[in-house]
Design a protein around this ligand. Structure first.
Ligand SMILES: Nc1ncnc2c1ncn2[C@@H]1O[C@H](COP(=O)(O)OP(=O)(O)O)[C@@H](O)[C@H]1O
Ligand SMILES: [Mg+2]
Length: 384
C-alpha cells in the first residue's frame, strides 16, 4: 500500500484535510464544516465527512473530545453554531429531533421498567398511531432480529444487561429510522459481555441495513464494530479510515498512540528514496519501507507495533531487516501473549509482544541479552 505523504501530515494539517473522508455525491449523510461552540470553546470544530448508506461509522476519542456533541447535532438535540448536515440531500440541521428520520440510543437505555419487552418495543409505534396488527408484526420482527422473541412477556429487570441492551436497540430500530445513532452503546456492560455484544450488535445492524453513527472511547469497540473510524481530538477529526488503515498506517503520533500499543522513536531523516527512507533515531538507524515527502535533516517520529518485532538470543542472519540489541528489562504474562520490555543500547525501552503458540514455550527472563528485529514494512514515519 503506498503511504507516502499521508504519513507526514501534522496533526493540525490532518484535521483540515479530512476531505479524505469525502465519498462524492452518492453520500447518504453529508456533514460540512460543522461547528458547535459552548461560550468560546469549540466542542466540535469544523468537521466535514460523508457517510455512506448502510455504513457503520465510529467516532472514537477520549472523554471530552466532542463525540457526543457531534452525535447530538445529528439527532437534533444541539443546534450547530455553523455548518450543515444533509441527509439524502436534504438539509436537516435546523429541524427539531422529532422531524428527523433518526433515532438515538443513549448510554443508559432507559427502558420503561413497568412495561414488558414487547410493550417497550411497541411504545414509539403506538405513539405514532400505527395500527395494532402492524405493531404486533413489527415488534415480532424486531424481537426476532435481536433474538429475544421468547422474552417478549418479561419485564426489563428479568433480563440480563446484554438482553436489556438489545431491547433498547429493537425499540430504536422498530421505527425504521434512516440513521441510527449509538452513544457508548456498550458502556453499561462488563468486559466479557461487551466483547460478545460488540459482534451481536454489528451483525444486527448489518442485517437491518441501517446506517449507523456510533460513539465510543473504546478503540477495540470501534475496531470490531465499525466499517470506518474517525479518530477525534479537540473537536476535530485527526484521521478517518477503515480499522486496519488507522491501525497499520496512522497519520500522526496522536492516532498511533491512541490506537493500541506502539513504540515511538524520535529521529531525523538521513536519506529518502521513492520506496524507502533511512532515519537516525534514539533506538538506532532504521530503514523504513516507504518513501516520504520531506528531505534529510527533517525531524520525525517512527512508529512500530509491539507484535511486529521478533526477539531472538542469537544475532539474526537476515541482514535486510532492522536489528537492535538490548537486554530484557522485565516482562508480563497475559495468557495469550507476553509483553517484554527490552532496554536498547541507547537507553530506550522497546515493547515487544510475543504470542504463545506452544503451551510450555520458552520465555525470556529479565537480564537476558537479546536481538530485536523488524521488517522495514512494519515501520511508519510520522511528523514529529
Ligand atoms: N451543554 C454544554 N454546555 C457547555 N459545555 C458543554 C456542553 N456539552 C458539552 N460541553 C463541552 O464540550 C466538550 C465536548 O463534550 P462531549 O461532546 O460531551 O465530549 P465526549 O462525548 O467526546 O466525551 C467538553 O469540553 C464538554 O465539557
Ligand atoms: Mg460522550
Amino acid at each position: 500500500m503506498p503511504q507516502t505523504n499521508q504519513a507526514l501530515l501534522g496533526e493540525g494539517e490532518a484535521a483540515h484535510r479530512d476531505t479524505a473522508g469525502r465519498t462524492g455525491d452518492g453520500s447518504f449523510v453529508r456533514i460540512d464544516r460543522l461547528t458547535k461552540r459552548f461560550d468560546e470553546v469549540a466542542a466540535v470544530d469544523g468537521v466535514s465527512i460523508d457517510i455512506r448508506k448502510g455504513e457503520i461509522f465510529a467516532l472514537l476519542g477520549s472523554s471530552g473530545c466532542g463525540k457526543s456533541t457531534l452525535l447530538r447535532m445529528l439527532a437534533g438535540f444541539e443546534t450547530p453554531t455553523a455548518g450543515s448536515i444533509e441527509l439524502e440531500g436534504a438539509e436537516i440541521s435546523q429541524l427539531p429531533p422529532y422531524e428527523r428520520p433518526i433515532n438515538m440510543m443513549f448510554q443508559s437505555y432507559a427502558l420503561f421498567p413497568h412495561l414488558t419487552v414487547f410493550e417497550n418495543v411497541a411504545f414509539g409505534l403506538k405513539r405514532d398511531k400505527m395500527p395494532r396488527d402492524r405493531i404486533a408484526e413489527t415488534v415480532e420482527a424486531m424481537l426476532n432480529i435481536v433474538q429475544l422473541k421468547p422474552y417478549a412477556k418479561r419485564k426489563p429487570h428479568q433480563l440480563s444487561g446484554g438482553q436489556q441492551q438489545r431491547v433498547a436497540l429493537a425499540r430504536c430500530l422498530a421505527k425504521r429510522p434512516k440513521l441510527l445513532l449509538l452513544d457508548e452503546p456498550l458502556g453499561a456492560l462488563d468486559r466479557k459481555l461487551r466483547e460478545q455484544t460488540q459482534f451481536e450488535l454489528h451483525n444486527i445492524i448489518k442485517k437491518v441495513g441501517v446506517t449507523c453513527v456510533l460513539v465510543t472511547h473504546d478503540q477495540e469497540e470501534a475496531i470490531t464494530m465499525a466499517d470506518r473510524i474517525a479518530v477525534m481530538s479537540n473537536g476535530r477529526f485527526l484521521q478517518v479510515g477503515q480499522p486496519h488503515e488507522i491501525y497499520e498506517t496512522p497519520n500522526c503520533r496522536f492516532v498511533a498512540d491512541f490506537i493500541g500499543n506502539v513504540n515511538l522513536f524520535d529521529g531525523t531523516i538521513e536519506a529518502v528514496a521513492p520506496d524507502h527512507c533511512v532515519v537516525a533515531t534514539n533506538g538506532g538507524r532504521l530503514t523504513v519501507g516507504h518513501g516520504i515527502t520531506g528531505g534529510p535533516g527533517m525531524a520525525v517520529s517512527v512508529a512500530l507495533r509491539p507484535e511486529k518485532i521478533e526477539l531472538s538470543r542469537e544475532p539474526p542472519a537476515d541482514r535486510a531487516s532492522n536489528c537492535f540489541s538490548g537486554r530484557i528489562a522485565d516482562s508480563g504474562y497475559f495468557g495469550r501473549y507476553s509483553v517484554c520490555r527490552v532496554t536498547l543500547a541507547g537507553g530506550m525501552k522497546l515493547q515487544v509482544a510475543i504470542t504463545h503458540s506452544e503451551r510450555n514455550g520458552d520465555l525470556f527472563v529479565s537480564g537476558e541479552e537479546v536481538y530485536a528485529t523488524c521488517q522495514p514494512e512494519s515501520l511508519v514515519v510520522l511528523s514529529a
